[in-house]
Write a protein that binds this ligand. Structure first.
Ligand code: NAI
Ligand code: MG
Length: 340
């Protein structure tokens, strides 16, 4: 049956890559019926708010959204749209798969997934300064918050994800040797959660700095990485770098009340309106969305067509060294969709 979903084209290259992605999904026979709503600068233009009430209402209804990149307005006192969405819908899991798609980069055959806790940790931003002798910013203080319940929820999400996707190992990343309370609770909770998955998925733990080094030296040793908010923010961008950058990095924000899928990159104002942006990251995000709603066969057919276009016939946008336009690439994928 049809699945209602909210579509936010976004700013800059957003509308261009959205058009390409929607055309491919239509050709694929994806089940989504789109409720198109605005966000970012387009939201301010239409409704005076980068996250308009009608857009929030739509997501409340559909609980499912595909979102283009939003330009963060400078000044005007608007809070980050992404933070507002995370809070509003309790989007506690940020899923960032990093899979090599085009050979010839620095690394080949990377296939790992980072599961980042998206709400707690140091990003709660309990921050203040203490003035000393006329310097108002003499001392900066920040407190992080990690809860047992929040740690358990993201760890269970990561282990369940590993089981469901046939992944072999979960690596729990922390800094419990120094941040004994803040990240010790995460490791301690992992020791309680992991044994319940014994025989289905292996696990180990690693200190974040050692993990960062090993991601560069030997990324193939990792499968699923689960970690707290700040470490996950950093390691997931590092992982995107391993596979050749932003053009191929999708992300999913998943919570109890909704799931929102997007490319990791921004609105790329430097190339907006030229029809040359790579729609692949948003397309891969749509693939994650298909898996999220249980349409694995459609997601698999999409991956086959993308691989045929990129690698079989070398059809690539400029950021990947090719000359295809956004719509050239979309049409190439459409022509290479395998039969159902
Ligand atoms: P950006 O990711 O938009 O661009 C960085 C560089 O990558 C640029 O040279 C751009 O041309 C290139 N690039 C990005 N996506 C591409 C694509 N699909 N195909 C080809 N090239 C691509 O990052 P930047 O410039 O720092 O941010 C621009 C705006 O986007 C800012 O307002 C920022 O706040 C916003 N942003 C929004 C995000 C979101 O809504 N999730 C995430 C990151 C940034
Ligand atoms: Mg980040």
């Amino acid at each position: 049956g049809a699945i209602p979903a909210t579509l936010i084209p976004g700013d800059g290259i957003g509308p261009e890559i959205t058009r390409a992605v929607v055309a491919i999904l239509e050709a694929l026979g994806a089940p989504f019926t789109w409720d198109v709503q605005q966000g970012g600068l387009a939201g301010i233009e239409a409704h005076g708010d980068p996250l308009p009430g009608v857009t929030l209402d739509s997501i409340r209804r559909t609980r499912l959204a595909l979102k283009g990149p939003l330009t963060t307005p400078v000044g005007g006192g608007f809070r980050s749209v992404n933070v507002r969405l995370r809070e509003e819908f309790g989007l506690y899991a940020n899923l960032r798969p990093a899979k090599s798609m085009v050979p010839g980069g620095r690394y080949e055959d990377i296939d790992l997934v980072i599961v980042r806790e998206n709400i707690e940790g140091l990003y709660v931003a309990f921050e203040h300064y203490i003035p000393i002798e006329g310097d108002p910013h003499a001392v900066a203080i920040s407190s992080g918050v990690n809860t047992r319940a929040g740690s358990r929820r993201i760890l269970e999400y990561a282990f369940d994800y590993a089981v469901k996707h046939g992944r072999k190992k979960v690596t729990v990343v922390h800094k419990a040797n120094v941040l004994k309370a803040l990240t010790g609770i995460f490791l301690e909770t992992a020791k309680e959660v992991a044994p319940r998955y014994a025989g289905r998925v292996e696990w180990d733990d690693r200190i974040v700095d050692a993990c960062a080094m090993q991601l560069v030296l030997d990324p193939w040793r990792f499968d699923v990485i689960v970690t707290t908010n700040l470490f996950g923010d950093i390691l997931s961008d590092q992982a995107a770098g391993l596979i050749g950058g932003l053009g191929m990095a999708p992300g999913a924000n998943i919570g109890a009340d909704a799931a929102i899928f997007e490319a990791v990159h921004g609105s790329a104002p430097d190339i907006a309106g030229k029809g040359i942006a790579n729609p692949l990251a948003m397309l891969l995000a749509a693939g994650l969305m298909l898996e999220h709603v249980g349409r694995q066969p459609l997601a698999a057919r999409l991956r086959v067509a993308v691989d045929r276009a990129l690698n079989g016939d070398g059809i690539r946008t400029r950021d990947l060294g090719g000359s295809a336009s956004t719509m050239d690439f979309a049409e190439a994928v459409i022509r290479r969709l395998p039969e159902a």
